[in-house]
Ligand binder design. Structure first.
Ligand code: HEC
Length: 147
């Protein structure tokens, strides 16, 4: 009786070990080329981003970025953070935004303008000012969205 319980426990631990081992695999591979620099932006970028945001984004995403009249999701808060922040490269959010926003004319701005808009959003999510945010996807791949 004892033995069976121990065997079951041992099997369970082995199974857990295998699952942990497997799920660790991709993370270990991704860590081979980690993006290094924490994201930052300049105050000039925030200023121009704010102008553009108030013209073209506010109706859907709201004055305080918590969602607006025309059904855009909040650009701050837990759901947004989980999607774009942490160990993710800055290129994920930049890429999505520049390819899909604004919905009636996706990709209509220059890359610099998308970087300005992203700076404005970052500021409202508590990220710190510093070196300007690059506007080039390859460079953004090496910047992580951590505070
Ligand atoms: C007509 C309404 C509308 C306008 C205007 C608009 N958006 Fe959006 N936005 C949306 C909707 C709807 C989504 C969700 C799209 C999806 O998840 O596929 C979204 C998603 C986003 C996201 C990703 C949010 C997430 O949770 O993944 C960002 C960032 C964003 N918009 C930025 C902008 C910026 C910057 C502008 C101004 C240039 C803008 N949007 C203008 C409706 C709008």
């Amino acid at each position: 009786m004892m033995l069976t319980t121990q065997n079951t426990a041992a099997c369970f631990m082995l199974a857990v070990g295998l699952i942990v081992g497997f799920t660790n695999q991709p993370a270990a591979q991704a860590a081979a080329e980690p993006p290094e620099t924490p994201v930052s932006y300049s105050s000039e970028q925030v200023d121009s981003g704010e102008d553009r945001y108030k013209k073209d984004c506010v109706e859907c995403h709201g004055d305080d970025l918590r969602g607006g009249m025309n059904g855009g999701p909040p650009l701050r808060g837990l759901a947004f953070e989980e999607k774009y922040f942490g160990e993710l490269p800055a290129s994920v959010m930049f890429g999505f935004m520049s390819a899909t926003m604004p919905p009636n004319a996706p990709g209509r701005y220059s890359e610099n303008t998308y970087a300005d808009l992203m700076a404005y959003i970052l500021k409202h999510n508590g990220f710190k000012e510093g070196a300007p945010l690059p506007s080039d996807l390859d460079a953004l791949d090496y910047i992580i969205m951590s505070k």
